[in-house]
Write a protein that binds this ligand. Structure first.
Ligand code: COA
Length: 443
């Protein structure tokens, strides 16, 4: 049967499609801004028909209506990365967290967490009947491949991206036409602190390097200071609008990449319509599933890979906490450790943890460089694999340093208001005066 006939046979309303979900099913929802909002709304409207449907999702950028308290009997959310719309449900015990490296999510769906239903959001089919996973290839494509039932929202607003990002109409079970706008995320606000951090990070980036950058004010600030660099490349979990600016300005050319030269390689995208228009039908951007892009051995195929990530707190030995504020699950590991490891194995690679030296909390302003990690928190990047830590006050190179020397390096980039307390801790722990130690260049 030709694909157009198959398409017509599988076409139905969202209400009809979600009736195929059964109580007790495990439903995987496309990641981040790729989520199929019409399908999620229809599923939640149909909640009375379900008991104990497990919703597995990573970064949920929509409003996650299945996490509302009144949905508790019908849905249980299993979060692979907690976000704004799911955090309260996790804190209240109405949702669960599964810790997992982003690179390993597809394998979970093929083994330990078998998928009953995949809810995906796809581009319109091309003339051969292939739809693109658009902004979210990551685990969305592997989940669809592993699922017993694939319900697809076919969406004229989903960009058609290249790489290993396509699925044929014949692989879908239910097709729902709905042109929701792709969720947009405005660029982060860059203040003086982020600007100083960006400048420090950019000082470690050389012409021809390949970059992994996330989203938010810090990556955007880094990019402000890359405008004079030449022939940068991208091999990243994701990229955002700031990266597009550097592509259009001819700073990111991917020309000197030794792995997929000429191509920006990513697994998902998140930004504004400008980004989504840029990647649509653009062969310079290639998207692959996350078990390829974030596989540390694949990352390491890129020489001079610079990974820049952020964190909640760093202790004086270099233990990095990125997912928890004490016992509170704030986010998830995502691709942080995948890229820390990949960058470390890359010839000429570097990995950077970039963060402001302090943060404002209900208790007042606190230091993010701490003597001990907060009780209940989990170490994300271990002190054995951390490399550079950067704040607005400078650069601490930790790899290869003794515990004593890395504590000194971290104190030197802590906020001056908190240095006396950290020095006191240093002197207790290392049985020596801070000022007595021989001077060393730490950067
Ligand atoms: N103690 C208490 N609260 C802290 C804190 C600390 N040490 N550090 C940060 N916070 C609070 C902030 O006050 C802020 O609170 P608010 O939302 O009430 O304002 C909140 O945590 C977020 O802090 P912010 O500095 O705005 O974080 P961010 O948006 O830059 O994100 C991470 C930082 C660590 C949460 C984020 O980078 C992350 O989730 N990393 C792990 C995943 C990852 O690295 N993926 C890699 C590739 S995408």
């Amino acid at each position: 049967m030709d694909w157009k006939t198959q398409y017509k046979d599988k076409l139905m309303t969202a209400g009809e499609a979600v009736k195929r979900i059964k109580s007790g099913d495990r439903v995987v929802v496309s990641h981040a801004v790729g989520e199929p909002r019409t399908l999620i709304s229809a599923m939640v409207e149909n909640a009375d028909q379900y008991k104990g449907v497990e919703i597995v999702h990573m970064v949920a950028m929509g409003n996650s209506p299945y996490c509302r308290p009144e949905m508790e009997k019908h849905f249980r959310h299993n979060s692979l990365f907690v976000g704004a719309s799911t955090r309260q449900a996790v804190a209240d015990g109405r949702a669960d967290v599964t810790p997992v490296f982003f690179s390993e999510v597809p394998e979970l769906f093929r083994t330990t967490l078998p998928v009953d239903v995949a809810l995906v959001n796809l581009s319109l089919p091309d003339e051969h009947g292939y739809c693109s996973f658009g902004v979210s290839v990551d685990y969305s494509k592997p989940a669809a491949e592993a699922a017993k039932l694939v319900i697809a929202q076919v969406n004229a607003n989903m960009p058609r991206t290249f790489g290993d990002s396509f699925i044929h109409i014949s692989e879908l079970d239910c097709i729902v036409e709905a042109d929701d706008p792709i969720i947009e995320l405005p660029q982060g606000k860059i203040g003086d602190v982020q600007r100083a951090i960006g400048k420090n990070c950019a000082s470690l980036i050389n012409d021809g390097d390949t970059l992994q950058l996330g989203i938010g004010a810090i990556p955007d600030a880094v990019m402000l200071f890359l405008k004079d660099k030449k022939d940068l490349g991208i091999h990243s979990e994701m990229f955002s609008d700031g990266t597009v600016e550097l592509m259009e300005a001819g700073v990111i050319t991917n020309k000197r990449k030794n792995f997929h030269p000429g191509k920006s390689v990513v697994t998902f995208l998140m930004g504004t319509k400008r980004l989504y228009d840029y990647v649509n039908n653009n062969p310079s951007v290639e998207m692959y599933p996350v078990d390829f892009v974030n596989n540390p051995y694949i990352i390491a195929e890129n020489d001079n890979l610079v990974a820049i990530n952020s964190c909640i707190e760093v202790d004086l030995t270099g233990q990095v906490v990125s997912t928890n504020i004490g016992l509170t699950q704030f986010s998830g590991v995502g691709g942080q450790v995948d890229f820390v490891r990949g960058a470390q194995m890359s010839r000429g690679g570097r990995s950077i943890m970039a963060m402001p030296s302090t943060t404002k909390t209900k208790r007042g302003t606190i230091s993010k460089i701490v003597p001990l990690i907060t009780e209940g928190a989990a170490v994300t990047t271990s002190r054995d694999e951390v490399d550079y830590v950067i704040t607005e006050y400078g650069i601490a190179k930790l790899k290869g340093k003794t515990l004593r020397d890395r504590a000194r390096a971290l104190i030197e980039i802590a906020h001056p208001d908190f240095r006396p307390d950290l020095i006191e801790e240093y002197e207790k722990r290392f049985h020596s005066k801070f000022q007595d130690a021989p001077h060393k260049a730490y950067a």
